[in-house]
Design a binder for this molecule. Structure first.
Ligand SMILES: [Zn+2]
Length: 459
């Protein structure tokens, strides 16, 4: 028998881990070697360790692929727990906040994105999309991309939009809607400036008209055409609320899913946020078309309007991932917490045998990666994947007695936080603290912006 070959030297070696490589591969006492922003090799206790420029001793902790957030509204962290709006319905809540968000400027967007990404990194997230659909001034997407690049975060910026104001039967005020041509021109510019389709990309762009009740049919059709032409993905809110069924019946004369099909969105480049109220037949239909959907557990519970049956939807053929949704509906942005809440919601709905911690982790990694069309490179740690991973920490008091299953222990105890978060092989959270040199300064600017935006409510 020939001896096991010694792996080639690497940039960073994470060792001493319970390593979750993929949905069907875990290595107790495992190690993972990272080189040039990619996973170079994985091994177990019996395999020789490669030489490494830097070593991270996981100290027996759980190591997983980085969690992936497929739905967020980062700018909303400027209006978290906003008292005048917290107890209304979704439509009441939006109506109260739109005038506040109408005051956003470019600096607000940059600092809120920076803070949101740092928060996500601390909760073990290594890739996030953001649905930014309020554009009262130009330059918002550029500001977001700047923040993500400053931090070294893998980011899917979406060019959101709203065209239908109160005057046209929509919800938002006229100050936050734009006309069709301005939106499409800006979307084309954003794709040209920031969309990187290459493997290992740090920035991609998607198109994201806000929802059936805030955009025109024409912008949906034009977005589908631009997606077809450029290959960028499509994202929108769909079937979040029963009010939306009534709205679609009245305005479009059909159900939300039929509307989606009519505007050319029922294809494999589309992923939807929420998707709570389709029929099973509609879920299967969109599943066959290759559509994905994001469950946002905390936001669904906070808004109190139900949640999708995630594993059932997946059984019916739909791709399902997780998201934390807006910072002003969830009021927090921890993908660990969303993963845990997905587990709790699944078991609450379908009983204790219906869902395990590994199922929830799979939604947050493989499922979310597939929603973003990126499952070849992220959401797992097989050799060749992007070097995006998390070494998890749970306080020893909370973890005391959890001995038999490291993945169940990770999600059932807690709260867990990232001890180390690595994106493209770079350490962005180290020993539980974000590596974000400008954080103190950015938090000061963020507070100033939040006070300005909320001035009316603060009296
Ligand atoms: Zn949302």
């Amino acid at each position: 028998m020939s001896p096991t070959p010694v792996p080639a030297p690497c940039d960073t070696l994470v060792h001493g881990a319970h390593l979750v490589v993929d949905r069907d591969l875990e290595i107790p006492g495992g190690w993972i070697a990272l080189r040039d922003g990619r996973v170079a090799a994985v091994g177990g206790p019996a395999d020789p360790l490669p030489a490494a420029a830097a070593r991270i001793d996981a100290g027996g902790r759980l190591v997983t692929p980085g969690l992936i957030n497929t739905h967020h509204h980062m700018y909303q962290n400027l209006t978290r727990a906003y008292a005048p709006a917290i107890n209304g319905s979704l439509f009441d809540w939006l109506t109260a906040l739109y005038p506040v968000w109408a005051q956003l400027d470019v600096d607000d967007v940059e600092v809120s994105t920076y803070v949101a990404i740092v928060e996500l990194l601390m909760g073990g997230c290594t890739t996030s999309s953001d649905h930014l659909y309020v554009h009262p001034r130009p330059g918002f997407l550029d500001a977001q991309v700047r923040a993500a690049r400053t931090l070294g975060f893998r980011f899917v910026a979406t060019r959101g939009s709203m065209t239908r104001s109160v005057e046209d039967g929509g919800l938002p005020p006229a100050s936050v809607v734009q006309d069709h041509d301005s939106i499409m021109a800006d979307a084309e510019a954003a794709i040209a400036a920031h969309h990187d389709p290459a493997p290992g990309a740090m920035t991609r762009v998607a198109l994201a008209p806000c929802s059936p009740f805030s955009v025109s049919e024409r912008i949906m059709v034009s977005s589908a055409e631009l997606s077809e032409r450029t290959g960028v993905r499509l994202h929108t809110h769909l079937a979040e609320d029963h009010d939306e069924d009534d709205y679609c019946a009245e305005v479009y004369g059909c159900r939300p899913v039929e509307y989606l099909e009519r505007v050319g969105w029922a294809g494999e480049r589309t992923w939807l946020a929420h998707f709570i109220y389709p029929s099973e037949e509609e879920v299967a239909r969109l599943g066959r078309a290759g559509v994905g959907a994001t469950q946002c557990p905390s936001s669904n519970m906070m808004i109190g309007h139900g949640t999708m049956d995630a594993l059932r939807w997946r059984e019916l053929g739909l791709t399902v991932g997780l998201g934390c949704d807006g910072s002003a509906s969830t009021d927090s942005a921890s993908m660990w917490m969303e993963t845990r809440n997905a587990l709790l919601l699944g078991r609450l709905r379908n009983g204790p045998a219906s869902m395990r911690a590994r199922d929830a982790l799979d939604l947050a990694t493989r499922g979310s990666a597939a929603c973003l069309g990126w499952e070849d490179e992220i959401g797992h740690l097989r050799p060749g994947a992007c070097a995006d991973l998390v070494v998890w920490e749970t306080h020893p008091v909370a973890l005391a007695g959890a001995l038999t299953d490291p993945v169940e222990g990770w999600l059932r105890t807690g709260p867990a936080r990232a001890w180390h978060t690595l994106v493209a092989g770079r350490v962005l959270v180290r020993d539980g603290e974000p590596v974000a040199p400008a954080l103190a300064e950015v938090l000061t600017a963020h507070r100033r912006a939040a006070v300005r935006l909320q001035a009316a409510a603060l009296g």
